[in-house]
Design a protein around this ligand. Structure first.
Ligand code: G6Q
Length: 546
């Protein structure tokens, strides 16, 4: 599977490099003028999402070459391998079978001879029963009070998905309950999340695949202290703590009832887990039915990704466009700009999904890479970004491809707001693509000295993703779209999109330094002179504050 010629030696890659020399000067104004139907032609629709990719710096030749590249990289074979549960996460020797998390009950997907789908549905049923208990008030705290507050404790993949989904689907959530998310080992996170809550009515979900993550365990222990300080009885842990983990022993050692532990599997990566039991807080917020609708949306996009021809395949097209800009135009970043306040945490969620998956410098067979891999992803909801960083996207010296995400119908229709919001999405994409020439600026009577400042070069590419309304199903489709686009990019770059070795060194050093800080003499001398001086300064300051 890994024996592939170097990417840059592939015929399609070479052809793209040559083709780029023609494309770098071509303007979107010309591409649109050449084909009056471009805006309808370069679109594709699936799983409730309409993608307009006409405002990209591509011609049919470009698209043809990108599709050839996908073929030469064996994308079809790799998609198949993922869906068949092969161990495509080669450095950890694991399958990456998150698609099984949303497969319908009747399907079968085997991992090491076990039917993953049957196991998924057994956990989903247990989650649903638990959520019904809590949501109905039948689940009682230690002193007999119903639960009104849910605090999810987790970090990385065990936090970003849950908090993003909660915010995104808030419209569908029970408003009589409070949801909070604690991730940072900075005590402020936990203290602020709990300060106005009553432990008698609070349930903690400790989300940790490994149940060894230092931030999560530190927060869970402090949460336990906070809870027991008022409830006074160790047995209260049973009613106030549940866990989501693959490490049942670790959970039991913490004192959480195994009956209140929801499992998942090593073939679910942290950043691909929001639709597993890691989504327990989501299900508590929106209820089991809406959660199943969300899974339905994920699945619809999975089916599309697996079966649609590549030239009509949303994740494939988006993935190939990312390669086109990153590797040929040398674009370093991509902006995701959701025009929906409920999606305010979506860019942060995608940041982990894309940057932890594809921020790699080694091919599957261990060769140092000599081309660009995953871009830096960033973004803020519109229209806020327009009054902040859009200046750079419009007139800066860097090329920043953008993804605009918008919905035809608002979930909170107030007179005039939604048309205004949508007018801004359309205007931004139009302005980026077509800009304003010096001639146009002059014709407006602009003083000559200001003309260069008021010119918009345009030719700045963007995708527009439109859906009818932000529903649980649409959120599922949207997340799956990005998951599979990230996978497509990883296949082209020949990297393992499912490991994350780059987070290890910092963890190891932090553990060592934490040990030194606990010791009386803070043995900092073993570090470089900068680290040593910083540690000394901290220890000195901490000492004088005591
Ligand atoms: C995600 C990563 C990482 C992980 C966290 C939390 O893909 O693996 O972000 O989710 O480090 O890990 P635990 O769930 O094991 O606490």
């Amino acid at each position: 599977m890994t024996a592939q010629p170097p990417l840059t030696a592939l015929p399609a890659w070479k052809a793209l490099a040559e083709h780029y020399q023609q494309m770098r000067q071509r303007h979107l104004r010309q591409l649109f003028a050449d084909d009056p139907r471009r805006g309808e032609r370069l679109t594709v629709e699936a799983a409730g999402l309409y993608l307009d990719y006409s405002k990209h710096r591509v011609t049919d030749v470009t698209l043809g070459l990108l599709l050839r590249l996908a073929e030469e990289c064996g994308l079809a074979r790799r998609i198949d391998a993922m869906f068949r549960g092969e161990k495509i996460n080669v450095t950890e020797q694991r399958a990456a079978l998150h698609v099984a998390l949303r497969a319908p009950k009747h399907e079968r997907m085997l991992v090491d001879g076990m039917d993953a789908v049957a196991e998924v549905h057994a956990v989903l049923d247990r989650m649903a029963a638990f959520c019904d208990e809590v949501r109905s008030g039948r689940w009682r705290g230690h002193t007999g009070r119903p639960i009104r507050n849910i605090i999810n404790i987790g970090i990385g993949g065990s936090d970003l998905g849950p908090v993003m989904a909660y915010e995104a689907l808030r419209h569908y959530s029970g408003r009589d309950m409070t949801f909070r998310f604690v991730s940072n080992v900075d005590a402020t996170d936990l203290v602020e999340a709990t300060r106005d809550l009553d432990p008698e009515e609070t349930l903690f979900i400790v989300c940790s695949k490994t149940f060894t993550t230092i931030e999560t365990l530190t927060n869970a222990h402090s949460a336990r202290v906070w809870c027991l300080r008022k409830l006074g009885d160790e047995r209260a842990v049973r009613q106030h703590f549940v866990a989501v983990s693959t490490n049942r022993e670790g959970v039991a050692t913490f004192g959480i009832d195994p009956a209140n532990t929801f499992g998942f599997w090593d073939w679910v990566g942290g950043r691909y887990s929001m639709d597993s039991a890691i989504g327990l807080s989501t299900m508590l917020a929106i209820g089991p039915e809406h959660f199943r609708d969300m899974l339905g949306g994920f699945h619809a996009m999975d089916v599309h990704f697996r079966t649609a021809p590549f030239e009509r395949n949303l994740p494939v097209i988006m993935g190939l466009l990312a390669v086109w800009y990153g590797d040929f135009f040398d674009a370093q970043t991509v902006a995701v700009l959701p025009y929906d306040q409920y999606l305010k945490r979506f860019p942060a969620y995608l940041q982990q999904l894309t940057m932890e998956s594809n921020g790699k410098h080694t091919t599957l067979d261990g060769t140092r890479i000599d081309y660009q891999t995953g871009p830096i992803l960033w973004g803020e909801p519109g229209t806020n970004g327009q009054h902040s960083f859009y200046q750079l996207i419009h007139q800066g010296t860097k090329l920043v491809p953008c993804d605009f995400i918008a919905f035809c119908r608002s979930l909170n229709p107030l007179d005039g707001h939604h048309d205004l919001l949508m007018a801004n999405v359309f205007a931004q994409a139009e302005a980026l693509a077509f800009g304003r020439t010096a001639g146009e600026v002059e014709a407006e009577g602009t003083p000559a000295s200001l003309v260069p400042h008021r010119v918009f070069e345009g030719n700045r590419p963007s995708s527009t993703i439109l859906a009818e309304r932000l529903t649980p199903a649409i959120l599922g489709s949207l997340v799956a779209l990005y998951e599979h686009s990230v996978f497509t990019q990883g296949v082209i770059w020949n990297i393992d999109s499912f490991d994350q070795w780059g987070v290890e060194l910092g963890k190891t050093l932090a553990q060592r330094i934490a040990g030194e800080l606990r010791g009386s003499s803070a043995a900092a001398d073993a570090h470089d002179s900068s680290t040593t001086a910083l540690i000394r300064r901290y220890v000195g300051s901490r000492g004088s504050a005591r």
